[in-house]
Design a protein around this ligand. Structure first.
Ligand code: MCN
Length: 818
């Protein structure tokens, strides 16, 4: 047999590809500018849609006058809700029907940025001009912006039919009113985990193309989303189409960070317009639109009580969370249950009482943002741990070590119902402290305090356990006559590097060249099913499906080769791009030759189907629980409040690493986002609901210049919950980093009497905290307790089972992880 020209030369054949830091195959196109994003997808003659958005947070829509806009040059149509038959989005997961969002506002607008009308014109500029000419007669209503105020008896109600702004209650994670019994010391605090924006580099956008021929889809929708199959389901459902008649594809997706999980009303409107006009219609957000229309993240007020013994052993935890979900109930419904699930963190806490309420406000809907509910859990616990350490005079590293779940107790069941698979927190802590030079840092800190220096040093530790992986995922692997391999996967990346990692899995399993493998994704016409990329699930679910499909393909290939070569199947191996009997080099076939033979039914052994292809659907029976320890080092100017993050060490355990370089990249990006929330970022509204941070001039997103080089140290405790032994890593960096940076800033100032500062710890806030501490006036924490917010007292004063007459049925715990 002769080698096929496409077969890799022997010397280039891979050795062990799985686990090596292969360069990302995605990067050539991204770095040379040839990658196409949604707005770059060529489509001759496409019309342009531009949305008219509400400038008012809460108002009745009296009338919409579109006459002038309709008469403007290039305008093809202007549409309001009534033109679309009052279509609505399906309610998200657990949220009730009452909150279903109209595609375009009907009689009310509930947040600044809500689409009210859409203009379609021949050019984008014409559509923008005409959108300006649409006149909407609004009758302003009193808005409610703050979630605690929204729970009050006098607050304006967003959905009068529901009767209150309390949208969803979470009482079923862990109920234990006596959780603090026996505690010798109780730390009490109110933390604000502020609203932030995902800010993907590529904002939201879509291109819808109406099908004309009967065998074409009714509509092909290119959209910048994280879960194309879910978008197909929703578009089909709202437009009343069979899902087979809708094709959803993504081009390159320039970041998502959770904000592109939802299918937005805008996507459906653009698909509707294409069908309505029998044409192609494009839409692309401006940055300012993105800042108000894409879901925000976090948005929790957390009331925390942590009880312990005098020697620092944790006994019980009570948490009451007020989740701001914004207008309408979007993905935010999933956040408090995840915060509850992870409330035990890496610690042995025998009793936990967790309750949460999700509250409607006249603000942009809240959804998943990197970590989605889990950073919020780590933050509340890690801040409380540092407060406890301070009150007891125990070193923050030591108090954590005393309470870690011992390695030998894994799998470990928490009082909140999580079942941790594996981990070694003690080793992670030692590794992180060693890499950070903890002892020297403490010495340096003490010296600066002694010298009364202006720039003080702070060291912050955060240890975490998080939860990743759910559901099932499809994959197929096919060999062809050219000796190349095509993978179809149901995952849908936004920059994570799946094309590289999935090719590594196939090349490693089949013993073929990495370059011979092509990975296709994010096209519902090509990939039959997929749940998308979110919740750091893709490798362990999607990658495991790829692994199992590759193994099945190899089995079939060996059987066929044995048949063709008249060899025993057990002697047949695959390596260096050939498959045969290694001890008898003449008995071998290239994969291309084998694929050609597989196409011919007369060459096959009895019972074998034609084609060299295998597929798999891998379902996770239980989630995995990555863990880690981060140490942040900051310098704080006690005179100006300026904070510099000077060192950051991350030890993240994501089980077996398929590609250490991808893992490091994920951790780097994650640390940047965690540190950014701690120090810089916050979505801010005025009391009327006007967004004050709707551009990158006002929203404090850091650049590389604001952050140091990060140190990542690998540590792996494999899991038995998937065949790759891998856990997720896409969010761990964010979850570990934010609280570490937060703790570091407080640590730098604790000798002055500063006990807590809410985020973002901007210079003015830090300066004020120092000033208040020196004057002996209450800081953020004390103020929180004093102003009678809807905290644990509110909860205990009869609200525990309030609204029972309107209970919202929250189905399914644990929820999907975003
Ligand atoms: N990986 C690995 N070994 C492991 C775990 C992961 O080699 N043990 C690799 C995987 O092959 C993959 C990457 O690390 O290339 C991330 O894998 P995984 O943890 O499975 O996470 P997902 O691919 O499901 O990505 C989702 C996650 C989330 S939830 C957010 S939010 C996020 C993130 O990924 N948004 C991102 N990382 C992002 N990175 C970019 N560039 N852009 C975003 O929008």
């Amino acid at each position: 047999m002769t080698a096929h020209p496409a077969d890799p030369p022997e010397e280039l054949s891979p050795r062990r590809i799985l686990g090596s830091p292969m360069l990302r195959s995605e990067d050539r196109a991204l770095l040379t500018g040839t990658a196409r994003y949604t707005d770059d997808v060529p489509c001759e003659g496409a019309l342009h849609g531009v949305f008219v958005r509400s400038p008012i947070a809460h108002a009745l829509v009296r009338s919409v006058d579109v006459d002038e806009a309709r008469a403007m040059p290039g305008v093809v149509g202007v549409f309001v809700a009534g033109d679309m038959g009052g279509l609505r989005m399906p309610p998200v997961e657990d949220s009730p029907e009452t909150f279903a969002r109209p595609l375009l506002a009907t009689e009310r607008v509930l947040f600044v940025g809500e689409p009210v009308a859409v203009v379609v014109a021949q050019t984008r500029a014409q559509a923008v001009d005409a959108a300006d000419a649409v006149t909407v007669d609004y009758e302003p209503l009193t808005p409610v912006i703050d979630p605690e105020t929204a729970l009050g008896p006098d607050a304006p109600v967003l959905f009068p039919a529901h009767g209150s702004n309390l949208a969803i209650r979470v009482d079923d994670v862990a109920e234990d009113p006596g959780a603090l019994e026996g505690a010798e010391i109780i730390v009490r605090a109110r933390f604000v985990n502020q609203r932030v924006a995902p800010v993907p580099m590529e904002p939201n956008g879509a291109l819808a193309i109406a099908g004309v021929a009967p065998d074409e889809p009714s509509v092909t929708l290119w959209a910048s989303v994280q879960a194309p199959h879910d978008t197909r389901r929703i578009v089909a459902q709202v437009l009343g189409l069979d899902s087979g008649r809708v094709r959803v594809r993504t081009a390159a997706v320039g970041g998502g960070f959770g904000g592109k999980i939802p299918t937005y009303p805008e996507h459906v409107v653009i698909a509707w317009l294409a069908r309505q006009m029998g044409s192609a219609v494009r839409w692309s957000e401006t940055r300012t639109e993105n800042m108000v229309a894409m879901t925000h993240g976090r948005g929790q007020v957390q009331h925390v009580e942590l009880g312990a013994t005098r020697d620092g052993r944790l006994l019980g935890l009570r948490v009451f969370v007020i989740q701001d979900i914004g207008a309408y109930a979007s993905e935010a419904a999933t956040l408090p249950p995840l915060t509850g699930l992870m409330a035990s963190g890496p610690y042995r806490i025998s009793r936990i009482d967790f309750h949460a309420v999700s509250v409607l406000t006249n603000t942009t809907p809240v959804g998943a943002y990197r970590g989605a509910g889990r950073p919020e859990a780590t933050w509340l616990l890690e801040r409380a741990m540092d407060m406890l350490a301070g009150d007891l005079g125990i070193d923050p590293a030591e108090i954590r070590r005393r309470n870690f779940i011992p390695t030998e107790t894994f799998p470990y069941r928490t009082p909140t119902g999580a079942s941790y698979d594996s981990g070694d927190l003690g080793r992670a802590l030692d590794t992180a402290l060693h890499a950070a030079g903890y002892r020297d840092l403490r010495r340096e800190q003490a010296a600066r305090i002694d010298r009364g220096e202006t720039w003080q040093l702070g060291v912050g530790i955060s240890s975490y356990v998080e939860v990743t992986g759910w559901g099932s995922e499809f994959a197929s692997v096919q060999a062809d006559e050219k000796g190349t391999f095509t993978v179809l996967t149901g995952t849908s990346p936004q920059g994570q590097g799946h094309e590289t990692a999935w090719a590594q899995i196939v090349a490693d399993t089949l013993g073929v060249s990495f370059d011979a493998v092509t990975v296709q994704h994010s096209d519902t016409a090509l990939v039959p099913r997929g749940e998308g990329t979110m919740g750091s699930r893709s490798l362990q679910v999607g990658g495991s499906a790829v692994l199992r499909a590759s193994v099945a393909l190899l089995d079939k290939a060996r059987r066929l080769a044995a048949h063709l070569l008249e060899a025993s199947e057990s002697d047949v191996r695959s390596s260096g791009g050939r498959i045969g009997v290694p001890e008898a080099p003449e008995l071998s076939l290239s994969w291309g030759e084998l694929a050609a033979a597989a196409a011919d039914s007369s060459s096959l052994p009895p019972g074998m189907e034609t084609g060299l292809r295998a597929q798999d659907d891998f379902e996770m029976a239980d989630s995995t629980y990555p863990s880690g320890v981060h140490v942040a080092v900051v310098e704080v100017d006690t005179e100006t409040g300026k904070v510099k993050l000077v060192r950051h060490v991350a030890v993240d355990d994501c089980g077996r690493r398929v590609n250490p370089m991808l893992v490091d990249g994920q951790i780097h990006g994650g640390i940047a986002q965690g540190a950014a929330q701690a120090l810089f970022e916050s979505v801010v509204y005025d009391e009327l609901g006007n967004p004050l941070t709707s551009s990158l001039a006002t929203y404090g997103m850091p650049s590389a210049a604001d952050l140091p080089a990060f140190v990542t140290v690998p540590l792996a405790t494999p899991t038995d919950r998937n065949p790759l032994a891998a856990k997720g890593v896409g969010e761990g960096g964010t979850i570990g980093a934010g609280p570490a940076v937060h703790n570091a800033v407080i640590d730098a100032l604790s000798h002055l009497g500063v006990r807590h500062i809410d985020m973002p710890m901007s210079p003015d806030r830090v300066w004020r905290a120092v000033r208040d501490a020196l004057r002996g006036t209450p800081g953020d924490r004390e103020k929180g307790e004093a102003h009678g917010a809807a905290g644990p007292e509110w909860f205990d004063r009869g609200h525990r089972h309030a609204h029972a007459e309107r209970p919202v049925d929250r189905r399914g715990v644990p929820p999907k992880i975003r």
